[in-house]
Structure formats: structure tokens, C-alpha cells
Design a binder for this molecule. Structure first.
Ligand code: C2E
Ligand code: MG
Ligand code: MG
Ligand code: MG
Length: 288
């Protein structure tokens, strides 16, 4: 017979699951194959007005429908897509797919703008702005219905070409959003040089802002900067009603996050809208 301590150890060991091993990184070849086989999928996450809850836009977020691993999130492949240059072709696919989706939604009576993530690296192609303009015109869509969210890539020093592309996109009336503002991938110099229409405060400044004496002034300051420059302010990572109320108090325009809705397949957006319609009344800005 085993001593009690040994039995307890067995019990503990039986309940102990080793941490899932880090999945092996993907190779450039695997990524190229995924692209050629059409394995990209877009999910959409709403941005809504903090004043009345109305839908402002839906952000397209890429996933990889991997034949063995299931849905793979972008943090596992976007960086490789950038360093390998594959991001350029992917972004073109994303753009076409988003345009097709806007058209499908319009057909179903939902008129909404769509936001796409574009890395600084794809903006390095000198003809990026004209390509994008061409694709949108060919699809008979309006540039006003697209917002390009820009996160400065860690890997590349900003050069003249991306800046020129962004100015030319704005001239064509595309919306331009500065993503993850405040994380070091974005800077005041970009705000000075690029005619952004939207500023997305990184979720690091939203979480716990009510009680954190350091992040709260940074959140409020970012919202003030947006206001001063005539841009819409968006808070990302809004996870609780408390976050939502605080953002109303500090005058943020739009909210995005799990509290409002998680990224979802396009087919689920209609159902989300219905569920949201039932919740948003109680969340409207109190009259002051
Ligand atoms: P991002 O553009 O800042 O997107 C926000 C990320 O935060 C998304 O993760 C989203 O699912 C997640 N998120 C949204 N709400 C909440 C919340 O309330 N709490 C928390 N904890 N997280 C929240 P995802 O989809 O994994 O995307 C990660 C990043 O990958 C994106 O950050 C973006 O930089 C990049 N990415 C995604 N799709 C694309 C794409 O199509 N093209 C490019 N170039 N980059 C993309
Ligand atoms: Mg984004
Ligand atoms: Mg972020
Ligand atoms: Mg972001």
C-alpha cells in the first residue's frame, strides 16, 4: 500500500496538464501555399458610437483556416508575411474580399464601412495608393466606405514612399486610421505628417484606466489630441461596462472590444446587430 503522501502526489499529477508546447513557427513555403490555396478568412469586429451605440464600421481581421490546426490567429503569421513580402498579395486579397463583403451586406440592407489593417510595409510599394484606388473603382465601391488602419511595422524605418501613399489615399477620400496609438508603433510625428481621420488608442491605455493614475491621463490626452486634430477617437479593448462608462465620461467617440462584440464571421454580423440593438439603449450616453 502507498503512503498517503504518495497517493496525494498521484492525485496531483493526474490533474496536472503540462502547458501546451509552443507551436512550431510557420515557414515561408507554408504561408505561400496557404495563400495559393485560398486559406485566408476574414472576421469582423464592430466599432460603435459611445453616444448612442450606432455601428460606425466593422474591422476586418485576418485568420488562417489551417487544414490541420484550425483557425490560426494573425500573431502567428503576420510578421512572417511582412518579412517575406507576401503581405502585399495578402493585403490585395483582403481588400477584394472586404469589398465583396460590403456589397453582400448592402444587398442585405446593411450599409456599413469596413476597416482594413495595412502594414507600413505594404505601403512601401510606390503604386500602392493607385492600385487600391483602381481595385475599389473596378468593384464600383466608394473609397469613403473603407478605412485603412495603419500600424507602423517594427521592422522598417519609415521612408518617404509610405507617407506619399497615405496622402494620396486620403486625397482619394479613403479613411485613414492610426492603430494601436501610444504603443511605440505609432508616434506624434505620424500624426503631424499623415492626414489621419481616426485615432485608435491602444487597449493598454483603456484597461483599468479608471483606477490607474498613469494610464488615465494618457488615455484622456490621446482623446484630446484626436479632437484637436479633427479625428474620430476610438478606444480598443473595451472589455467591461466600466470601461464603456469611463470612455463616455472622457469624451471618446467610438468603442471596440469584447464588451461590444468579438471578431466574428461575416454571417454572424446580422445576429450580432440584433443582440446589440437590445443592449445599446441602456448604454447610451446619459443626458448631461
Ligand atoms: P489590431 O488591428 O490592433 O486588432 C486588435 C486585436 O485585438 C485583434 O486581435 C482583436 O481580436 C483583439 N481584440 C479586440 N477586442 C479585444 C478586447 O476587448 N480585448 C482583448 N484582449 N483583445 C481584443 P487579432 O485579430 O488576433 O489581430 C492581432 C493583430 O494582427 C491586429 O491588431 C493587426 O495588427 C494584425 N492583423 C490582423 N488582421 C490583419 C490584416 O488583415 N492585415 C494586417 N496587415 N495585419 C492584420
Ligand atoms: Mg486594427
Ligand atoms: Mg492594439
Ligand atoms: Mg489596434
Amino acid at each position: 500500500q502507498k503512503p498517503a503522501s504518495r497517493e496525494r502526489l498521484d492525485e496531483l499529477l493526474a490533474g496536472w496538464a503540462p502547458a501546451a508546447p509552443e507551436p512550431a513557427p510557420f515557414s515561408e513555403d507554408e504561408l505561400r501555399t496557404a495563400h495559393d490555396r485560398g486559406q485566408w478568412v476574414l472576421h469582423y469586429q464592430p466599432k460603435v458610437s459611445l453616444r448612442d451605440g450606432s455601428l460606425a464600421s466593422l474591422e476586418a481581421l485576418i485568420r488562417w483556416a489551417h487544414p490541420e490546426q484550425g483557425l490560426v490567429m494573425p500573431n502567428r503569421f503576420i510578421e512572417l508575411a511582412e518579412t517575406s513580402g507576401l503581405i502585399v498579395g495578402m493585403t490585395e486579397w483582403i481588400l477584394r474580399e472586404a469589398l465583396a463583403q460590403i456589397a453582400r451586406w448592402q444587398g442585405a440592407g446593411l450599409h456599413t464601412r469596413v476597416a482594413l489593417n495595412v502594414s507600413m510595409l505594404s505601403l512601401d510599394a510606390p503604386d500602392f495608393a493607385s492600385r487600391v484606388g483602381e481595385i475599389v473603382r473596378e468593384a464600383s465601391m466608394r473609397p469613403e466606405d473603407l478605412i485603412l488602419e495603419i500600424t507602423e511595422s517594427r521592422l522598417i524605418a519609415p521612408s518617404a514612399t509610405p507617407l506619399e501613399n497615405l496622402v494620396r489615399l486620403r486625397v482619394q477620400r479613403f479613411g485613414l486610421s492610426i492603430d494601436d496609438f501610444g504603443t511605440g508603433h505609432s508616434s506624434l510625428a505620424q500624426l503631424r505628417d499623415i492626414p489621419f481621420t481616426e485615432l485608435k488608442v491602444d487597449r493598454g491605455f483603456v484597461r483599468g484606466a479608471r483606477s490607474n493614475p498613469v494610464t488615465r491621463p494618457l488615455l484622456e490626452g490621446s482623446i484630446e489630441i484626436a479632437k484637436g486634430l479633427g479625428m474620430q477617437s476610438v478606444a480598443e479593448g473595451v472589455e467591461t461596462e466600466d470601461d464603456w462608462r469611463l470612455l463616455q465620461e472622457v469624451g471618446c467617440d467610438l468603442a471596440q472590444g469584447y464588451f461590444v462584440g468579438r471578431p466574428m464571421p461575416a454571417e454572424q454580423v446580422g445576429g450580432w446587430l440584433q443582440a446589440w440593438a437590445a443592449r445599446r439603449g441602456g448604454l447610451a450616453q446619459p443626458a448631461s
